[in-house]
Design a protein around this ligand. Structure first.
Ligand code: PRX
Length: 625
């Protein structure tokens, strides 16, 4: 079936109300909405006003009638060698138990619950239990350490935190509980309760009257039936923190009704998944891809979803493909970095398995380079669909929407604007709309479609200022990405306009890393930039001016350790160079673009605004380029 992309997209922009009220039929409403869109206070878009629904109901309860005994969730850990499948009925039971634990410990509608967990089934139960009772979850990626965690605790002020005592990576236990304890000590907001899933992987201490054992609590609520809390479509379902230009992460706040509709529709029209089939998304629940396409998207669509704890290479490089065969995966979603890792392995690992159920592989999160795209396409002989989006939007902005029209793919392009997104390519300096092949900032004209962020948690002004006031003379949403658009309307993403870097598909803020490095006693000044990397896309590189240059022998290792312990190994710079000066403008601003160019062995371009032009020569020498 082909609807015709052009007219479909055009309809979504011209008449968003009729367009989205049609899509809204894909989810269950407890009370129908009276107004599709309230855009009376731009840029705040309220979707499906007056409607009441519930994410957990749409993801779980509503499927009990037709698919109670169908698998809903498969939790696979190649770290602990455990594999457990839950039917929709079993998932429903577990979510009810978890919801009862939350309620018994005082968690109510609107309260925040922070989830700091590895990729285990209980993390999924926890997310769904929160949305079931109208509590707002804030999942923090397990790779983040105590300082990152503390800043999120302070901002979200969770009533309860759910964690596990440890994760496991590459065969080694990675403790979570001590990092959480340290984070709670560091933060001024204190959770009343901490619920711990004890996996028996590492020892930990508990705090009396605060810490609860999940297994013991679960026993108390084995037969619990917790009714779904019907919430307004605009009720926040979750907060997910992401990095930006400042050191303080932003809490992206998502609604309920709009998100449910956007995901349900994207599952059909972009990802082409059918109820009863299996989706395998290799991301982590700590990232937006995990929220949308490990947990809510597939489940809302009545599909089984796979949660995977482990690396793509253990026990061998065939592990993901073996899961595709075993669970008859039809839709797979991963990141270019993972494919680049697999590309280095023997292709026999891939051809060994029966992948006949797999229809499409989706890749997102970072630029998809041609060699990677061609390799995986040739190896799988299935469509490989690049898609571009952000934590802020919650679902794809650019993609070939195969459920709408199977348009040709172009290498290096994630495709064309997704329905609902009124995309513009604008000149950064003037705000003027650009023509084909001119480089500009990717912007979205309001209202943002359903599913996109409502605001920055607790800070409407920051939402307006950060996203809607950066293009001169226009109130448009800035993605902070550069791109060009060709004459056929395909976008080619060229990297960020701000200080966000993308390491193996993980979005990190260089300012946060700089702040962490600055806390080292011997660091006078620091700049961090993202530098091109063959495998990870980008890596963070630090440039440090030491307070005492005679004591720098171990400084690189110490700085890395500081970042590891504060932010987590995920943010650790690949290299830290000692320099005696940083390139600055006459007004004292560090010229990060020049640093990045030099570290990548490129020409730094126009450096006439730089105060001391000899600084770059020294840096070139230090990095050996
Ligand atoms: O720079 C873009 C890059 O990742 C950023 C968003 O990262 P995050 O908030 O973690 O959300 C990821 C959701 C998939 C974007 O601003 N990015 C994401 N997808 C692509 C991409 N860059 C190029 N091609 C993509 N397909």
């Amino acid at each position: 079936m082909s609807i015709g992309y052009k007219s479909f997209h055009e309809h979504s922009i011209r008449d968003p109300k009729s367009f989205w009220s049609e899509q809204a039929k894909l989810v269950d409403w407890h009370q129908p909405f009276s107004q599709v869109l309230d855009y009376s206070k731009p840029p705040f878009a309220k979707w499906f006003v007056g409607g009441q629904t519930n994410l957990c109901h749409n993801a779980v309860d509503r499927h009990l009638k037709d698919r109670a005994n169908q698998i809903a969730l498969v939790a696979v850990s190649t770290e602990t060698n455990q594999e457990h499948a839950y039917t929709f009925a079993e998932l429903h039971d577990e979510v009810n138990r978890m919801a009862a634990i939350l309620q018994a410990n005082g968690v109510k509608k609107g309260d925040r619950v922070l989830i700091y967990m590895p990729m285990i089934a209980q993390a999924c139960f926890a997310m769904l239990a929160c949305t079931r009772i109208g509590a707002i979850h804030s999942v923090v990626f397990g790779g983040f350490a105590s300082h990152s965690l503390a800043s999120r605790i302070d901002d979200a002020k969770p009533k309860m935190i759910i964690t596990a005592e440890a994760g496991m990576r590459g065969g080694k236990a990675v403790p979570y509980k001590p990092l959480l304890d340290e984070a709670i000590t560091l933060s001024s907001a204190k959770p009343e309760k901490v619920l711990i899933v004890n996996r028996g992987l590492s020892e930990y201490t508990t705090v009396a009257n605060r810490d609860l054992d999940y297994a013991a609590e679960r026993e108390k609520h084995l037969n619990a039936k917790v009714p779904v809390e019907w919430v307004d479509a605009t009720h926040p379902s979750y907060i997910l923190y992401t990095s930006g230009t400042t050191g303080k992460p932003k809490g992206v706040q998502r609604d309920t009704g709009g998100y449910a509709v956007a995901l349900a529709s994207s599952m059909r029209l972009i990802f082409g998944g059918n109820p009863g089939e299996t989706m395998f998304t290799t991301s982590d629940i700590g990232w937006v891809v995990g929220h949308s396409y490990i947990i809510y998207g597939p489940l809302i669509n009545g599909m089984a979803t796979i949660m995977y704890e482990g690396t793509p290479l253990r026990p061998d490089a065939g592990i993901w493909w073996s899961l595709v065969e075993k669970y008859k995966v039809s839709v797979m979603f991963s990141a270019p970095t993972a494919v680049r890792v697999l590309k280095k392995q023997d292709p026999a690992f891939l051809s060994k398995y029966n992948l006949s159920t797999l229809r499409t592989l989706f890749l997102a999160g970072e630029p998809l380079d041609e060699p990677t795209a061609s390799w995986i396409h040739d190896a799988l002989k299935k469509p490989v669909v690049d898609n571009y989006w952000q934590t802020e939007t919650g679902w794809p902005i650019l993609a070939i929407q195969r459920g709408v029209e199977v348009m040709p793919h172009k290498f290096g392009s994630p495709g064309v604007p997704v329905y609902g997104y009124n995309m513009k390519l604008l000149d950064e300096a003037t705000g003027a709309e650009l023509g084909p092949d001119q480089k500009g900032v990717v912007a979205i004209e309001g209202p943002l479609p359903p599913g996109c962020m409502q605001t920055v948690w607790g800070d409407d002004q920051r939402f307006i200022k950060t996203y809607w006031e950066t293009v001169p003379g226009k109130m448009v949403y800035s993605t902070f990405d550069w791109a060009i658009k060709d004459k056929d309307g395909y976008f080619f993403i060229l990297g960020r306009t701000d200080d966000v870097i993308n390491v193996a598909g993980h979005r990190l803020g260089t300012r946060e890393i700089e702040e962490s490095i600055s806390s080292h006693a011997n660091v006078a000044e620091v700049a961090v930039v993202g530098v091109e990397d063959q495998l990870k896309g980008q890596v963070a590189i630090g440039f440090v001016i030491a307070k005492d240059p005679s004591k720098t022998a171990n400084l690189e290792a110490e700085v890395m350790k500081t970042v590891d312990s504060q932010l987590g190994a995920v943010a650790r710079p690949a290299r830290v160079y000692m320099v005696s000066a940083l390139p600055k403008t006459r007004s004292g601003k560090i010229v990060r673009r020049a640093l990045q160019a030099v570290a990548e062995g490129r020409d730094p371009g126009d450096i006439s605004t730089m105060e001391d032009q000899s600084v770059l020569a020294q840096i070139k020498h230090v990095v050996g380029k």
